[in-house]
Ligand binder design. Structure first.
Ligand SMILES: [Ca+2]
Ligand SMILES: [Ca+2]
Ligand SMILES: [Ca+2]
Length: 739
């Protein structure tokens, strides 16, 4: 016994505490959670600080995060060191994540080193499993001390599934006050008008948009869905709504289901083929329109569907198709103009008197305390509206009112463009009744789309500007985030102010994950949810897409391992190479349109069993994508922008603690010395505050201070040294067993 003790003391003498770096501190960690039996994970996030008066935006975000039952599925791991570290030391064996209980090591990428914080940021190379415990291991090679922690990932996709379950068991309709006989599609307007028109007699379709104040704005609906079209119909159905007045589905403990708040009369458009219908009715494809678009895009998205015997229908995304006064009109050879409600879903959320083409699909912007929830719940509600639409079709649809069902009740496929592909991926991952879906030009998460897309970046800038404190730091559209993409080299000189923008980005992506398509992509084929079959899906991505940039599509496709069912439309190899190819499926002025629609109709006609290469051996359409890595870059040129200078390193304090090990139960004097290195010279730091075990002392002009203490129990004690303008540091004092 005495020998062992002697050896311990000897070790203490030959290894002073100041010779070893302090252990790096890692986030995320379950140390920032509390137990909560109402959550699937048994835990709830509990972050502290910052001050709500000094940093109200961060405070608002923290309150939202503290309702979640775990950390992000693509967490931005933060490791704080005491000194600069060499990012080239990061390898799959020195920095990795691993499931607690075993599993392969998951390396990291997207590295950022912040000199001002001495913090290293990294994200795992693959999306993590939900509701699962992981360990993070940071090896000694990086910062001189090994560090590890455990954390639990959030339950992300189950909430949408629970809401779908409320549609299936009828409880959502009951809660919304929608009686059994009101749950189907409705073609009859007040006054008895049936808005169903023989397609051959339709000369023109117009819409009259309620933009808030002033007269309705007239627009002609382009219509190329004429081949073999028999009937154009315009109707509505009642859809339960989970959104509250702030366009948010309030977070509930993950073992519980969200509550239905009301209902909405949702309009639809429908094209039924001409000719005699097959037994049981026409098979149906539902088309999902993109952001700012509407159900009227159906007439641009269904060139060949009717010719192939497919009925096609579409509804508006939440908050779309302008305000509730919006109308539509059909000019017919036989009847003249017939005008009826367009069931606009837009709301004047910001009370400025105007209703935009997408107002109400997302939470209000900063300084609204829910701003960081963004599109999360508008996307979930839209996926649910489409599920309610599928269920209404399943109740039997009599379009012409002759008493017989015209649409097949058991066969609905889905296809969609852009935002439609985003909520469409969520729908496909969740709805057991939709076996096949083709998703055109989606990506995720939304913030990563918006900050990289030239047309949306100013919206992100406005949000950063309106935060308190404001985070605009200069650069393209007013900010520079220095965020590396999946395949890019580590960022070791982030722009000044970039790392706080990255903090907000990581928070936004974490908060939005339950309504973000990449979280649902693994459910399509890799890990289907209980009761949901493996799906037949196809993706179309456009090379150099400037609206949903390629790297965000790659994020989605990687998450679901979907590259083998992905077609890459190489707009760069066409006569329209100078155009933004995002709208290629619908836009008649982009080269790929007709072949894109050919692939869609073959997919739909085969119920997802056939993904044709629309141009065969030619290479405008790569089916499947020849090189998935080609999607990890933007594939278009950005105009140069001046960026802020790199973040400056902040000199750090160094703290020595002697002795570094003390026995418990005895009064001991512990001496501190606080220094800093400036211009290569070590200098004493006067008036630094050193804290240990509830005691606090200040250093003298030689940087020295001491306390006399007695520790009752053995274990590690943290010593912290701080001084304004310099980065704080900490050391560990070890209290050994009493002699
Ligand atoms: Ca408005
Ligand atoms: Ca009928
Ligand atoms: Ca080809």
């Amino acid at each position: 016994m005495r020998l062992a003790l002697l050896l311990t003391l000897l070790v203490a003498l030959v290894v002073p505490a100041s010779a070893t770096a302090a252990a790096p501190r890692i986030f995320p960690s379950d140390t920032f959670t509390v137990k909560d039996s109402a959550q699937v994970t048994g835990r709830r996030v509990r972050l502290r600080g910052p001050s709500c008066s000094a940093r109200p935006s961060d405070c608002n975000d923290r309150k939202l995060l503290n309702r979640l039952d775990g950390f992000d599925l693509d967490p931005r791991v933060e490791v704080r060191f005491d000194n600069r570290v060499d990012v080239s030391k990061v390898t799959p064996s020195t920095f990795y994540l691993q499931r607690v209980g075993g599993g392969p090591r998951i390396g990291v990428n997207r590295l950022v080193f912040s000199p001002a914080r001495n913090a290293l940021y990294a994200q795992p190379r693959e999306l993590l499993l939900e509701s699962t415990r992981y360990r993070i291991v940071v090896g000694r090679a990086i910062g001189g001390r090994r560090a590890t922690t455990r954390f639990t990932t959030m339950t992300a996709t189950a909430a949408l599934r629970r809401m779908r379950g409320q549609l299936d068991d009828g409880s959502a309709y009951d809660a919304a006050g929608i009686a059994q006989d009101q749950r189907g599609l409705n073609f009859v307007r007040p006054g008895g008008l049936r808005t169903v028109f023989p397609a051959a007699g339709v000369v023109r379709i117009r819409r009259f948009n309620d933009v808030g104040r002033g007269p309705l704005k007239e627009e002609v609906v382009p219509n190329v869905a004429v081949a073999n079209a028999g009937t154009y119909a315009f109707g509505s159905f009642l859809s339960p709504s989970w959104l509250n007045g702030s366009r948010v589905i309030p977070q509930v403990p993950t073992k519980q289901a969200s509550r239905v708040r009301g209902r909405e009369q949702v309009g639809f458009t429908l094209i039924v083929p001409a000719g005699s219908k097959p037994a049981g009715g026409w098979p149906v494809a539902v088309f999902g329109p993109g952001i700012t678009r509407s159900k009227y895009d159906l007439f641009l998205a269904a060139d060949e569907n009717a010719s192939r015997g497919i009925a096609t229908a579409s509804i508006d995304p939440a908050g779309h198709a302008f305000g509730p006064r919006s109308d539509a009109a059909v000019d017919s050879l036989t009847t003249g103009p017939v005008r009826f409600s367009g069931f606009g879903r837009g709301v004047d959320l910001d009370s400025d008197g105007e209703i935009t083409n997408q107002e109400g699909v997302q939470a209000a912007g900063s300084p609204d305390p829910r701003a960081s929830l963004g599109l999360r719940d508008g996307l979930r509600q839209t996926a649910l509206d489409n599920m309610a639409f599928v269920r209404a079709i399943g109740r039997g649809v009599d379009v012409d009112g002759d008493g017989s069902t015209d649409l097949r009740r058991d066969r609905v496929s889905y296809y969609a463009q852009s935002l439609g592909g985003i909520y469409g991926t969520m729908l496909m991952g969740t709805d057991q009744l939709v076996p096949a879906g083709l998703l055109n030009v989606p990506g995720g998460p939304i913030l990563d789309i918006a900050r990289q897309a030239p047309g949306f970046r100013d919206l992100v800038a406005t949000e950063l500007k309106n935060r308190t404190p404001s985070l605009l730091n200069g650069g393209r559209e007013g900010f520079t985030e220095s965020t590396p993409r999946y395949v890019e080299q580590p960022v070791t000189r982030p722009a000044r102010g970039a790392v706080p923008i990255q903090d907000v980005g990581a928070t936004s992506n974490w908060l939005n994950r339950p309504g973000s398509p990449e979280a649902f992509a693994p459910l399509l084929r890799l890990r289907p949810a209980p009761g949901v079959p493996v799906k037949r899906v196809a993706y179309q991505i456009a090379f150099g897409d400037q609206t949903v940039p390629n790297p965000t599509s790659a994020t989605l496709l990687r998450a679901g391992k979907l590259f083998d069912v992905t077609t890459f439309y190489r707009n760069d190899r066409t006569p329209t190479a100078s155009r933004n190819p995002h709208g290629f499926l619908l836009d008649p002025t982009v080269a790929g349109r007709n072949l894109g629609q050919r692939q869609v109709v073959e997919f739909l006609a085969s119920e997802g069993n056939s993904i044709i290469d629309p141009d065969g051996g030619a290479t405008v359409f790569e089916t499947p994508v020849a090189d998935p890595a080609a999607m990890e870059t933007l594939n278009y040129e950005l105009t140069p922008a001046s960026e802020p200078p790199p973040e400056a390193a902040v000199a750090g304090l160094r703290l020595s603690v002697r002795p570094g090990r003390v026995p418990a139960g005895r009064r001991v004097r512990i001496s501190f010395r606080v220094t800093t290195v400036t211009r290569g010279r070590r200098r004493a730091v006067k008036s630094a505050v050193v804290r240990l075990a509830g005691r606090q002392v200040r250093t003298n002009s030689r940087g020295r201070a001491s306390v006399t203490v007695r520790f009752r129990r053995r274990g590690a004690r943290e010593v912290v040294a701080k001084r304004r303008g310099l980065r704080a540091t900490r050391e560990t004092l070890r209290v050994l067993r009493a002699q």
